[in-house]
Design a protein around this ligand. Structure first.
Ligand SMILES: [Zn+2]
Length: 78
């Protein structure tokens, strides 16, 4: 008896794990005032915040998703 005996040829069709967060990853638009550029930042893996960086100077930005969240889709990073 060996553990981890995988039989890939007879997969009965294991159900896919349910997708959380709907279709694709959520993102918001954000404008970095530091370099006056606009980009998108995507929600992190735990969906607790949007995280990204300025494409020019790599300044990090983190937008926490609070209880109830916000419907705002555009932000400005100072
Ligand atoms: Zn910048």
């Amino acid at each position: 008896m060996s553990e981890g005996d995988l039989d890939l040829s007879s997969d009965p069709g294991s159900p896919l794990p349910p997708q959380t967060g709907g279709i694709g990853r959520r993102f918001v638009g954000i404008r970095f005032v530091c370099c006056d550029v606009y980009t998108r930042v995507y929600v992190n893996q735990t969906e607790t915040a949007y995280e990204g960086r300025c494409p020019h100077c790599a300044r990090p930005v983190r937008l926490r998703i609070g209880p109830g969240g916000t419907d705002a889709r555009f932000f400005t990073a100072y």
